[in-house]
Design a protein around this ligand. Structure first.
Ligand code: ADP
Ligand code: MG
Length: 394
């Protein structure tokens, strides 16, 4: 991978070959470490709220910024695969093979025409296929979790696109995830589904993990072994021009504060054309308001991760400092002697320099960055005729 490459190009590389190009290439947009191996499920009880559209566009936006992304569709409607231009029946392998065959999930990952973006989808041809697939996810959720855990080593981000219910597929997805992201359609009815959803996920998570023995047989702290966080909520199909749109946005902000992403996705026809075109909107019309919003959402996702990591590091440093301050006074022992040598007293330990806030790297929008690059090279601002269609996943 080099920084000058065309981000959309033939991508015959199998996902498992990622190690060949693991040479810490500088990221295009996000100078800090990426969302390393994080698994995020897109969850909602309601259909048609933009889970699949969001999984595919966030995935593509992250991939364009240099993250290696895997999108796992667990919805038997196979929206992920269709949105990436492949009919499920044309797939040579499907997700169910992790249960029925010798293949690992990482072997089933299909390359998309966008380098760094891979996907796995069920291959559903009939109602029987669908039932069998859901039953397998129910009976072997642990296998699914194990497979996803193995995939963490190959991808920076794994997005799991769930069906519009809280059945076996969503449950398996939640069990395998670090966090879940909830798209909320800007309608009152949809807003009302958020609280019950969060409650359900909390209950499910407690039942699935609390009290369940850890691998060493220890039940205490099993929950801590596998935390599941709410990544956040974001508005989809938002229409700031209608009173309802503004009302729902205001109420969500009031109810969920920080948990609501600053970025909302507007309702636009360009986004609704995605399945028809068989490629992410951030590819076919990256300057449209919907695409810009997805770039911003992907930025915000990474930025929030960065802030969390900083906060976790700061908390660790605080804890370490506290530990140091609390060292027992041991009659002229180590610390006292050390302090005396410094010419001070025990109070000196409180003068240990305060933890310095790491400076936050400045966010650069990919869109602006690409526009700059194009300006330099004098290239057209379009992607070309149809670079996506020339290289179908195999
Ligand atoms: P889900 O996966 O939650 O069922 P989808 O992502 O499939 O929802 O979206 C449902 C429909 O709404 C699709 O036809 C999609 O193209 C369309 N859609 C999604 N997001 C938007 C948007 N922001 N503006 C307009 N149409 C959208
Ligand atoms: Mg969907």
């Amino acid at each position: 991978m080099d920084n000058e490459r065309d981000p959309i190009e033939e991508s015959p590389t199998a996902a498992s070959e990622k190690s060949d190009c693991e040479t810490a290439e500088p990221r295009r947009r996000t100078p800090w470490d990426t969302v390393d191996g994080r698994v995020i499920s897109l969850v909602s009880r309601k259909g048609g709220v933009g889970k699949t559209t969001s999984a595919v566009n966030i995935g593509a936006a992250l991939a364009l910024s240099g993250h290696t992304v895997l999108i796992v569709g667990v919805d038997p409607q196979c929206g992920v695969c269709r949105s990436l231009g492949v009919e499920p029946t044309d797939l040579s392998t499907g997700l169910a093979e992790i249960f029925t065959g010798p293949k690992a999930l990482t072997d089933l990952a299909q390359a998309s025409p966008l380098r760094d973006l891979f996907f796995v989808s069920p291959r559903i041809d009939s109602l029987d296929d669908e039932e069998a697939f859901l039953e397998m996810l129910e009976a072997h959720a642990d296998d699914f979790v194990r497979e996803i855990d193995q995939a963490r080593f190959l991808y920076d981000t794994i997005l799991v696109d769930c069906p519009p219910n809280l059945g076996s597929a969503t449950r398996a997805a939640l069990m395998s995830s670090d966090s879940y992201l909830v798209p909320v359609q800007a309608e009152e009815l949809c807003r009302g589904t958020v609280d019950p959803l969060l409650e359900f996920v909390g209950d499910f998570h407690r039942r699935a993990f609390v009290g369940q023995p850890a691998p060493d047989g220890n039940t205490a702290g099993a929950d801590a072994e596998r935390p599941l966080r709410l990544e956040g909520l974001f508005l989809t199909m938002a229409n700031e021009r209608t009173r309802m749109g503004r009302h729902v946005a205001a109420r969500l902000a009031e109810d969920f504060g920080e948990e609501l992403f600053d970025t909302g996705i507007p309702r636009t026809t360009r986004l609704s054309e995605m399945a028809l075109r068989g490629k992410p909107a951030v590819i076919y019309d990256r300057r449209s308001p919907g695409s810009r919003a997805y770039f911003d959402l992907a930025d915000e996702l990474v930025y929030r991760f960065h802030l969390e990591s900083e906060a976790a590091e700061a908390a660790e440093a605080d804890a370490a400092r506290e530990q140091q301050v609390k060292l027992p006074a041991s009659g002229g022992g180590g610390l006292d002697r050390f302090l005396a040598e410094l010419g001070g007293s025990r109070e000196v330990s409180s003068q240990i320099p305060a933890f310095e806030e790491p400076s936050s790297p400045e966010m650069v929008s990919l869109d602006d960055l690409l526009a700059e690059e194009e300006g330099k090279s004098g290239e057209s601002e379009e992607w070309g005729d149809d670079p996506w269609s020339g290289s179908r996943p195999h």
